[in-house]
Design a protein around this ligand. Sequence first.
Ligand SMILES: Nc1ncnc2c1ncn2[C@@H]1O[C@H](COP(=O)(O)OP(=O)(O)O)[C@@H](O)[C@H]1O
Ligand SMILES: [Mg+2]
Length: 334
Amino acid sequence: MFPTIHAGVAMSVLLDVTNLSVHFPLRSLALWGGARHVAHAVDGVSLTLAPGETLGLVGESGSGKTTLGRAILRRAPITAGTVRFRGEDITTLSGEPLRRLRRNMQLVFQDPYASLNPRLRVRDIVGEPLEVHGIADRDAIRERVSRLLTLVGLPADAGERFPHAFSGGQRQRIGLARALALEPELIIADEPVSALDVSIRAQVVNLMQDLQARLGLSYLFIAHDLSVVKHLSHRVAIMYAGKIVEIGDRRSVYERPMHPYTEALLAAVPVPDPAVERHRQRAPLSGEPPSPVDPKPGCRFASRCPLVRDVCRETQPPLVEKRPSHSVACWLRE
Ligand SMILES: Nc1ncnc2c1ncn2[C@@H]1O[C@H](COP(=O)(O)OP(=O)(O)O)[C@@H](O)[C@H]1O
Ligand SMILES: [Mg+2]
């Protein structure tokens, strides 16, 4: 497809994000001579995604996951860095080319209750992207919508009803059907199961895996804890205060994490085997993440890190590939 050279290995890349930053200037007290403050929501993030691959993106609330996802879709202002899709630099696209690109990248929202227009029938919600992009005539849209509803496991008559008639899990299926209407290659799923009952999360995750296998989709799957993305991710990225602190193959990250923050997140994931659970070292995280406003130099995790050293407070550690396909940003691993 689109071969590029990454770490000496030829592989095809669908999405290639390099040094991406999203900084929000805050309304300042400049009027009274105050300094200008800037929120570093996303700060120098690099990642890639291959066709058909799922990258799990995990971090606490406020770490910049949503902003990163939106910046990739060109729905948040990019301060610096580049986003390439199928090899094309899309960082500054606008007008018709951006509109065309957006068909290929879709967002699935966190809140299935707030993201569907309550006044529209489900068939109009799912068919709307087709209409907006002028893809098909009325009959063809009707036909395609009913196929989409079947694809996501909804009953045939679902199209005639309004969103309020559906449960949270079913609404997320409607959101997926809508996202799939334009046959995208990339789906950015922003905590798609966080608002759902634990008992139905697995159904939605399984559906998404099934859709990926059938349609060859790539997912950037955002979550705030590591348990949700464990079974569906091929690779996992850990985000902390606007930065990727660790990224690698799923097995490597879960079995041999290198960043103290990843270890703390893993300590919060329940282990089904009580014998393993009992003997495991627990390192619960205390304190709050730092403010993204005017970050201090040094590692962002230094204020909460149990293993912090002087160097950590002085200089930002770079993200370095320490094992094959597994990188970490931590001075302890230098
Ligand atoms: N439009 C904005 N203006 C100022 N700050 C913002 C804006 N959007 C997000 N932020 C800040 O950026 C940080 C990351 O937010 P967000 O991307 O929503 O994180 P997450 O999705 O991981 O919870 C937060 O501190 C948030 O307050
Ligand atoms: Mg978010």
